[in-house]
Design a protein around this ligand. Structure first.
Ligand SMILES: [Zn+2]
Length: 137
């Protein structure tokens, strides 16, 4: 079910807790919501729909994929400066991102995965993981 987007910085600055198997419905709601904003949104963290669990939807390989409880297990030494926008914020801000990250996570069926992401996909994941920490760009 599509949910409203949270824009209150107080709510968005709360840290998210690990998700469990019973949070799968939140993953579906997140997908429904991000798809409703597909023309201007490449990723979304669950706290943006009011659920402080570590679940994100990110555009990977041309479609939205669910990453649950992602952890960066390795990253490139190199960082670069990126300009990012966020559906929960107005305007664009500058931040630093790793060019390459290796992430362990659970997929939408709660299967454990490990994958390396580069460039824009890596950037989306790092942006959404910041949301889990209550960090806004
Ligand atoms: Zn954001």
């Amino acid at each position: 079910m599509k949910r409203d987007i949270i824009t209150d910085p107080m709510l968005l600055s709360r840290k998210s807790v690990p998700a469990m198997q019973e949070d799968i419905q939140t993953a579906q709601d997140l997908l429904d919501t991000v798809i409703a904003h597909a023309d201007h949104c490449v990723g979304m963290a669950a706290n943006m729909i009011g659920v402080c669990k570590r679940i994100m939807a990110a555009q990977i390989g041309g479609k939205y994929q669910i990453l649950i409880n992602p952890e960066i297990t390795d990253h490139s030494a190199q960082k670069y400066t990126a300009e990012e926008g966020c559906l929960s914020l107005k305007g664009v801000r500058t931040t630093e991102r790793y060019a390459v990250i290796t992430v362990s996570y659970y997929d939408e069926k709660f299967r454990k995965k490990m994958r390396t992401f580069r460039g824009f996909e890596a950037q989306i994941i790092q942006h959404e993981m910041d949301h889990f920490e209550g960090i806004l760009i």
